[in-house]
Design a protein around this ligand. Structure first.
Ligand code: ATP
Ligand code: MG
Length: 414
């Protein structure tokens, strides 16, 4: 029955995948905290304008990918497609100007109506960081190095490439935009319809087009680097020098632009060749214009977001689930005692799996199947003697242990 399938582009995360996701999240949290960033959680839906205004009306996200609906009260609502706009909105609504510079990280589900394929879903998860209120290039270095150290912590050092570019300041972008528009006008008849529309509203976004025909035209377009003014050049140089000082390798890709409209100066992406076509695992940039666009006080900002599904496929050293101790009660009295025994053990932090039915053989099979490290066998005879048989399921060794000493014998945790 079709309705028993998950909605196209959505996935269940079974326990193994949840563990991989959690490893990605926890390592992000750990590294972000090392940099002095604190967690923030914004709602997964916002008024539609929060995204429509900030992401720009020519971005793919706004024109094609948003999950937008009217709620029962007639409000225009959108499921968040990304995290930055919500954080910026929260910064304004909570009047956090006094808290600048504000350093936060977040994680959670995002929603985009995209064509599902490997590494591209309609509900996916991101972890991300934002640094608000720092205008100088030191912020760019910090945020990029936070990303690099996070990827290191996942075991990805040497498996990802950092590409970086600058979009310059407003003056540089204006100069470049003029040159780009002139170039693209010369190829108007061969541009995709989407890019024709972008040419009018936001020509920089043509550079980010996924259309194959557009890509050919874009390959020969003027390069940003040639239009940077002195200030923008110096800014970028400080960023790259900082990365070099930290031993973070990067490639300058003058064609790198970000899909969203509010970026200036630094743009960057970490990519891998291990995932096929969807190889970008972490991407971000500076968005000094964003908060003002939303109606807040002019506030510099820079951040990144990383795709958890893609990183979960790559992460190394994920902790396996803790191995439980299986309680195997045989007989009615033993069942009753097992209930309280399990409770005592769990209070002492021992992971306990309590079987619910079957003979000894069945229960032992289950204990092996769930990877239990030990079985605690409790029959009527044992109960009468105040002991349990503890069988180490790796060595097969079995000993009688007084119930009062069970917790000590089994140790804490695993
Ligand atoms: P693309 O150009 O691939 O569409 P994007 O510019 O839309 O990427 P961002 O908005 O920068 O992507 O999102 C940051 C990261 O989130 C991406 O690099 C990717 O790892 C992940 N991501 C984005 N969209 C999806 C999706 N639909 N499914 C899974 N992961 C995604
Ligand atoms: Mg996209």
């Amino acid at each position: 029955m079709a309705s028993l399938q998950p909605v196209r582009g959505t996935h269940d995360l079974l326990p193994d995948q949840c563990r991989r996701h959690r490893a990605v999240e926890q390592r992000c949290r750990h590294v972000a905290e090392l940099f002095g960033y604190q967690e923030i959680a914004t709602p997964i839906f916002e008024f539609t304008e929060v995204f429509a205004r900030t992401l720009g009306d020519t971005s793919d996200v706004v024109t094609k990918e948003m999950y937008t609906f009217e709620d029962r009260g007639g409000e225009g609502i959108t499921l968040r497609p990304e995290g930055t706009a919500g954080v910026a909105r929260a910064f304004i609504s909570n009047g956090l100007q006094q808290a600048l510079p504000l350093k936060v990280f977040y994680h959670g589900p995002m929603f985009r109506y995209e064509r599902p394929q490997k590494g591209r879903q309609r509900q996916f998860h991101q972890v991300g960081v934002e640094l608000l209120g720092v205008e100088g290039p030191a912020a760019d270095v910090e945020v990029i190095s936070l990303g690099a150290r996070f990827l290191d912590a996942l075991g990805l050092a040497g498996r990802v490439t950092l590409e970086i570019n600058t979009l310059g300041d407003q003056e540089s972008r204006d100069a470049y935009r003029a040159a780009l528009v002139e170039y693209l006008r010369g190829h108007l008849d061969r541009l995709s319809d989407d890019s024709k529309a972008r040419l009018e509203k936001n020509p920089l976004r043509v550079l980010d087009s996924k259309d194959e025909g557009d890509k050919v035209i874009v390959a020969d377009a003027p390069v940003f680097t040639d239009y940077l003014n002195e200030t923008s050049r110096a800014f970028f140089e400080t960023v790259t020098k900082g990365l070099t000082a930290l031993g973070i390798p990067f490639v300058h890709n003058p064609r790198l632009v970000r899909g969203l409209d509010y970026y200036s100066h630094t743009a960057f992406e970490f990519t891998t060749t291990e995932l096929g076509a969807q190889g970008t695992v972490l991407a971000g940039g500076r968005y000094d214009g964003l908060i003002k666009t939303m109606g807040g006080p002019p506030t510099a900002g820079i951040g990144w977001a990383a795709g958890v599904e893609r990183l979960a496929l790559l992460v190394e050293g994920v902790e396996p689930a803790p191995r439980p101790v299986a309680l195997v009660p045989l007989g009615e009295a033993a069942e009753a005692r097992a209930l309280t025994l399990a409770d005592e053990l769990r209070r002492a932090d021992v992971v306990v799996d309590l079987g619910y039915s079957g003979n000894m053989k069945k229960r032992m099979q289950r204990a092996n199947k769930i990877g239990a490290r030990a079985a605690v066998i409790l029959g009527d005879d044992e109960l009468a003697a105040g002991v349990a048989q503890v069988r180490d399921l790796d060595s097969g060794e079995q000993t009688a242990v007084p119930l009062a000493e069970l917790t000590a014998a089994l140790g804490r945790g695993r």
